[in-house]
Design a protein around this ligand. Structure first.
Ligand SMILES: [Cu+2]
Length: 137
């Protein structure tokens, strides 16, 4: 009973936070193609929600992945799928777009710093699909 009450309270708190999240989300636009991202550098602010749209202008399926960046409220809407088995674990920040489509990912970075984003498809990062997201304090 007690456990159920706590779960209920957490759900209510989550709804409340979602409802009055306050800060307007910053929109970031990104394109992906063979083989690179445009732009190669993105800017965000700690604790400000971000909505990133990745337009895949290439012929292959591409993804946008960040490892090691603390973030909350992550919601990805993928428009493509590819085999992630080569990765040990699914990264927390990840969105995939099939060619000709736009996928989105919403998140709130919680720690200032410089983080690397890249495409996890075999060979794509090495070919140039890598960039930096700078989170200002
Ligand atoms: Cu790629």
């Amino acid at each position: 009973m007690r456990g159920r009450t706590i779960v209920g309270m957490l759900a209510a708190a989550t709804l409340l936070i979602a409802a009055c999240g306050g800060a307007k989300a910053a929109s970031l636009e990104l394109t992906a193609r063979e083989f690179g991202f445009g732009p190669g550098e993105l800017h965000a602010r700690a604790n400000q929600p971000v909505e990133l749209r990745m337009k895949n202008e290439g012929q292959l399926t591409h993804d946008w992945t960040v490892e090691g960046m603390p973030a909350s409220a992550v919601r990805a809407h993928d428009t493509g799928k590819h085999d992630m088995a080569a990765m040990g674990s699914m990264p927390a920040l990840h969105t995939t777009a099939e060619h000709g489509t736009t996928s989105t990912i919403a998140f709130t970075p919680t720690k200032a710093g410089s983080y690397t984003y890249y495409c996890t498809a075999a060979g794509h990062r090495e070919a140039g699909m890598q960039g930096t997201i700078v989170v200002a304090p």
